[in-house]
Design a protein around this ligand. Structure first.
Ligand code: SF4
Ligand code: SF4
Ligand code: SF4
Length: 203
């Protein structure tokens, strides 16, 4: 199955994929910019706040259960610049799906929070996250990271986070993936690379 997944990814014509990415990149950029601006306005003067380094996260599941909030402040996010817009998305589908459709039995996400949408450019599909039902379990991230491009990853969403002085998830993170970042630059944009993480400070 792994071979099939990689074959599917590699089969996509480069020029068409790049065209589609360029078309969607504007929307993605607006989305990321909106997140940063919103968090900055809420956190002005707050100094350093918690974020996840996606290059260290091993998707252990602790983010779902260890946040002090009833519903974790950690959610999956999607870096569209990295995404392959795959038909057989390994973040969306079980390793051996019955069929490539949105039947619940085919999906990795336990809550149906990852939304698959046809882009009108065969065979490309866009995947977005419904944060109102995403639990931050990381299952989609593990699938995408293991077999895909790694464009799905976990982030602390600062419109939800209480900015605890000592983040309980960070204290229990087995990978040392939690970092402190400046409140006015609170998100990691993965396609910029690990060296481009804004405001990282060793815990
Ligand atoms: S606790 Fe750490 S390793 Fe586990 S999912 Fe959260 S950030 Fe990733
Ligand atoms: S698999 Fe988990 S982290 Fe991914 S969208 Fe679904 S609930 Fe969120
Ligand atoms: S700082 Fe507090 S609210 Fe924010 S993710 Fe950590 S435990 Fe949850």
């Amino acid at each position: 199955m792994r071979m099939d997944m990689e074959t599917d990814k590699n089969r996509q014509p480069f020029n068409r994929r790049q065209f589609l990415k360029a078309a969607l990149q504007g929307a993605a950029a607006v989305s990321v910019g909106g997140l940063v601006a919103a968090a900055a306005s809420r956190s002005a003067g707050a100094g350093q706040i918690w974020q996840i380094n996606p290059f260290k996260c091993i998707q252990c599941g602790n983010c779902r259960v260890n946040c002090v909030l009833k519903e974790s402040a950690v959610k999956a996010v999607h870096d569209f610049t990295m995404c392959g817009y795959c038909d057989l998305c390994t973040g969306f589908f079980h390793p051996e799906p019955n069929d490539l459709n949105t039947g619940a039995e085919n999906q990795l996400c336990p809550s149906g929070a990852l939304v698959r949408k046809y882009t009108q450019e065969d065979p490309y599909f866009e995947y977005t996250i419904d944060e109102t039902i995403c639990t931050g379990c990381g299952k989609c991230v593990k699938g995408c990271t293991s077999f895909g491009n790694g464009s799905l990853y976990l982030q602390v969403r600062h419109d939800r986070c209480k900015h605890c002085n000592e983040c309980l998830i960070a204290a229990r993170c087995p990978a040392g993936a939690f970092i402190r970042v400046p409140a006015d630059k609170p998100y990691v944009v993965k396609h910029l690379g690990e060296g481009a993480i804004v405001g990282e400070e060793a815990r």
